[in-house]
Design a protein around this ligand. Structure first.
Ligand code: ADP
Ligand code: ASP
Ligand code: MG
Length: 407
């Protein structure tokens, strides 16, 4: 008997009417495959609503209690879906992350899955039940509930598919696959029939929220074949798979953007060994991730250092940078929230020179100034003014002819 993991995102279970539609998809999959594990997200905007409620309690937001609260959104959907399945005559049981054996590190709001003990899930499957697991959550060795970061139900699904050695992992969402760009921003974006793990990991990490980056890491590590598809249509979605399984590599596969970016600059920093380490060690000590870094050319034994961080880390970064700036005797600091990152991703880029130049030209032709650049073998990213993002993403999509079908 085949085993299939199906994940349904927030919009797919946003109302009881949609929940019934999901239950029908699950029932049909059970008829076809025999063994089905379902992972659900919280209904609609429940997670955001719970965050707003928590914010009403006052300025102190305890990480542990926040995770205890947010995990309940997914628990509601899991129980409601199991009940809906019962009413269709399908035996089903809901499990919290803890009951499903999902063990995580002790890092609230962004925990990584360390281990999954699948005995309970296997027992329920052996008893002929559909197992509905609450996504986005796990439990620490000390029995505290954790959540896996926004979009974390994707990771629950792929990790379960890996551990249970599922034949398929279907991620049902409100789009019918992975597109060449966010279809909400680019009208001519095209659905990809397949994409490599590496390209998907870059796109997800660079802002394409359709899959959580960690879910793609798991898929690549354990060779899980993931399909992103719509819970509203029957069409085939996008397969995420190993490069060798694909016939050809595209030069540029997709464009992504990220508005969760802030820029920090320190002016006239002394140019001597140990300075960069002093700045970035202090940020790391506060668990603040630094993305792009630029150091200007030396003038009079001093230079400027700028870098980007996630915008939602800025309020924590400001006091750290102010302290380090004072200690180093810099002449000034600047913090900017009006920036964004646009990126192009494609596995064929590494063997095609001139791709970065074409990107810079496309941005220049729109009068968009590039503030920072970073590259890897299969991506180029630029930091630009946040107000120009839509124009930039559309221009890049046109320049690399992403609206045209592959040859
Ligand atoms: P779910 O609630 O099902 O997890 P998400 O909102 O997290 O759904 O992810 C789906 C959304 O991802 C889409 O509505 C789309 O706007 C956005 N998205 C961003 N980039 C892409 C892309 N390249 N392809 C498809 N969707 C994308
Ligand atoms: N409900 C969580 C969120 O909104 C997790 C998820 O949807 O995957 O981020
Ligand atoms: Mg999501």
């Amino acid at each position: 008997m085949a085993l299939v993991v199906q994940k349904f995102g927030g919009s797919s279970v946003a109302s009881m009417e949609r929940m019934r539609r999901v239950a029908q998809l699950v029932a049909a999959e059970r008829e076809r495959s025999g063994r089905v594990v379902v992972v659900v997200s919280a209904m609609g905007d429940t997670t955001d609503e719970l965050i707003s409620l928590a914010e009403e309690t006052g300025p102190l937001l305890d990480d542990r209690e926040m995770d205890a609260l947010l995990s309940t959104g997914e628990q509601q959907s899991a129980a409601l879906l199991a009940m809906t399945l019962h009413n269709l005559g399908v035996p089903a049981v809901s499990l919290t992350g803890w009951q499903a054996g999902i063990r995580t590190e002790a890092a609230f709001s962004r925990a990584r899955i360390r281990r999954i003990d699948p005995e309970r899930i296997e027992r329920e499957l052996d008893a002929g039940r559909v197992v509905v697991v609450a996504g986005f959550q796990g439990v620490t060795a000390g029995q505290d509930i954790t959540t896996l970061g926004r979009g974390g139900s994707d990771t629950t699904a792929v990790a379960l598919a890996a551990v249970l050695k599922a034949d398929e992992c279907d991620i049902y969402t409100d789009v019918d696959g992975v597109y060449t760009a966010d279809p909400r921003m680019v009208k001519s974006a095209r659905k990809l029939s397949h994409i490599s793990y590496d390209e998907m990991l870059e796109l997800a990490s660079l802002g394409a929220i359709v899959l959580q980056p960690r879910s793609v890491e798991f898929a690549k590590l354990y060779g899980v074949r993931v399909q992103v598809r719509s819970s509203f249509t029957r069409e085939a979605g996008t397969l995420v798979l190993e490069v060798g399984e694909m016939e050809q590599e595209r030069i540029v596969t997709g464009v992504a953007y990220d508005l969760n970016v802030a820029k920090v600059a320190l002016f006239d920093v002394p140019d001597r060994p140990g300075i960069a380490s002093a700045i970035f060690k202090s940020l790391a000590a506060e668990s603040i991730n630094v993305d792009m870094i630029i150091q200007s050319a030396n003038r009079d034994e001093r230079n400027d250092i700028s870098f980007t961080i996630a915008r939602n880390d800025l309020s924590r970064a400001v006091p750290v940078v102010e302290r380090v700036g004072r200690e180093l005797g810099v002449s000034g600091l600047a913090f900017g929230e009006d920036v964004a990152k646009v990126s192009i991703v494609g596995a064929g880029m590494q063997s095609n020179p001139g791709v970065a130049a074409a990107m810079f030209e496309a941005l220049a032709s729109q009068g968009i100034n590039i503030q920072m650049i970073s590259t890897s073998e299969i991506r180029v990213s630029c930091v630009i003014d946040a107000a120009s993002v839509e124009k930039a993403v559309n221009a890049l999509h046109r320049t690399f002819k992403l609206d045209q079908p592959d040859d």
